[in-house]
Design a protein around this ligand. Structure first.
Ligand SMILES: Cc1cc2nc3c(=O)[nH]c(=O)nc-3n(C[C@H](O)[C@H](O)[C@H](O)COP(=O)(O)OP(=O)(O)OC[C@H]3O[C@@H](n4cnc5c(N)ncnc54)[C@H](O)[C@@H]3O)c2cc1C
Length: 389
């Protein structure tokens, strides 16, 4: 066999899994369809970023990629403030009160992917094939043969689908999935604000959906995720820069003052997806290929990293087993499905609770936020949980 494991998709989650397996000497091929744009320090900030939890940072350290992430570009955030537009409800988390240096890091997705892919070149047992697109696969009792779009064929014991929400591996394995269109889109952009962000992640819940300003490594630059009904989001994309800057500053209640400028405006449809099974003979799904969630608490890639962690541990603890056997892979699915499902449903629940304009619900969420804010033990238990500690 050419490899023990083939990973289709060298995005953040697939590359992290390859790093975890590669530093343990596993023979792995990573297939990535698109060559990521190289990074230079003078590049403007990308509009796609992720809020990484402490648990994700640890996983990236374990995969050997964290120093590379910091060497490229990342912003630690020390505080988080969440409040409701319809009342006085507010909750604020501060790393200092937890005795931690920060609550997490904001990293551009491309930077994270590049750091991970660069790390893989240090592991002699890992081959990164890029560009290389998985087109099909074929099963036989002992192995799986992966066919690439350029005609190459590779064999392995196990194929991992880390190829994102539109997963080709999921489709080829005929794994059924449930999908819920939230009827919303996330408008993203990079903005420069009149006031400094103070290393704080700011999030305000409006009846139309939450708006988040995530701090970037410049005192006045933030990455924005503004959730709106799909048709509203489409209209926002057509606004002049002046109107966009004015209305977005207002959506955050001018907490960071007026917007000086904005760039990279784009919108992404929001859907919740969950594969009914993550497994097929010699095939397993991880990350967005298995599940996507509402981005309101920035947990999507953090969940994917947890999948990668569990699967890597399982593979490394079973060195002599057939890695493609369903018996082994079921332990991965059992360990991850519950957490992924619970997080997905929680995000959907929060989204409904915070967009409800009926007075009892407004009272409930405002009282809830303020009450938890005044109960430090509960508040910090929640914060530690969100950080994955
Ligand atoms: C607006 C928005 C904001 C978000 N913010 C956050 C946040 O703050 N924190 C957070 O944790 N999550 C966030 N998320 C979610 C996060 O972006 C995703 O969970 C994450 O990108 C999933 O990573 P992945 O590696 O599983 O998939 P992807 O990032 O989709 O990567 C899949 C990779 O597979 C490759 N590929 C696809 N098909 C093939 C093929 N046939 N052969 C070879 N390669 C292939 C693709 O080129 C791609 O590189 C957000 C999502 C949205 C929409």
């Amino acid at each position: 066999m050419d490899y023990e494991i083939i990973i289709a998709g060298g995005g953040m989650v697939g590359a992290a899994l390859a790093g975890l397996l590669g530093q343990a000497g596993k023979k792995v091929a990573v297939l990535e369809a698109t060559t990521p744009r190289t990074f230079v320090v003078s590049d403007p900030f990308d509009n796609r970023v992720s809020a990484l939890s402490r648990a994700s940072q640890r996983l990236l350290e374990q995969a050997g990629a964290w120093p590379e992430v910091l060497a490229l570009r990342a912003a630690p955030y020390e505080n988080m403030q969440v409040w409701d537009a319809t009342g006085a409800g507010l909750i604020r988390f501060e790393a200092a009160e937890l005795g931690e240096p920060d609550l997490g890091h904001i990293v551009e997705n491309r930077v994270l992917q590049l750091a991970l892919l660069a790390t893989l070149t240090r592991y002699p047992s890992v081959d990164l094939l890029c560009p290389a697109r998985l087109a099909d696969f074929e099963l036989s009792p002992q192995q799986i043969t992966v066919k690439l779009a350029d005609g190459r064929r590779l064999t392995a014991q196990l194929l991992i689908g880390a190829d994102g929400a539109q997963s080709g591996v999921r489709r080829l394995a005929a794994l059924p999935y449930e999908v819920l269109d939230y009827g919303q889109k996330a408008v993203v952009a990079t903005v420069y604000t009149a006031l400094p962000h103070e290393a704080t992640a700011w999030q305000r819940f409006l009846p139309s959906g939450p708006v988040a300003f995530l701090p970037l490594p410049h005192p006045q630059a933030c990455s924005v995720v503004w959730t709106l009904a799909a048709d509203q989001a489409d209209a926002v994309l057509l606004w002049s820069a002046e109107r966009f800057n004015r209305e977005l500053a207002q959506a955050l209640d001018f907490r960071l003052g007026e917007l000086i400028s904005s760039e990279g405006r784009a919108a992404f449809p929001l859907r919740g997806l969950h594969a009914q099974s993550y497994l097929h003979e010699r095939v397993a799904l991880i990350g967005d290929a298995a599940h996507t969630i509402h981005p309101l608490a920035g947990q999507g890639v953090n969940l994917g990293f947890k999948d990668a962690h569990v699967l890597a541990e399982l593979i490394l603890a079973n060195q002599t087993a057939d890695l493609g056997s369903l018996r082994l892979l079921r332990r991965y699915e059992r360990a991850r499905r519950g957490d992924n499902e619970l997080t997905q449903k929680l995000m959907e629940g929060f989204s409904l609770l915070f967009s409800n304009t009926l007075p009892p619900w407004q009272w409930l969420r405002n009282t809830g936020l303020s009450t938890v804010n005044q109960l430090p033990p509960l508040k910090y238990q929640l914060a530690r949980r969100a950080m994955g500690l």
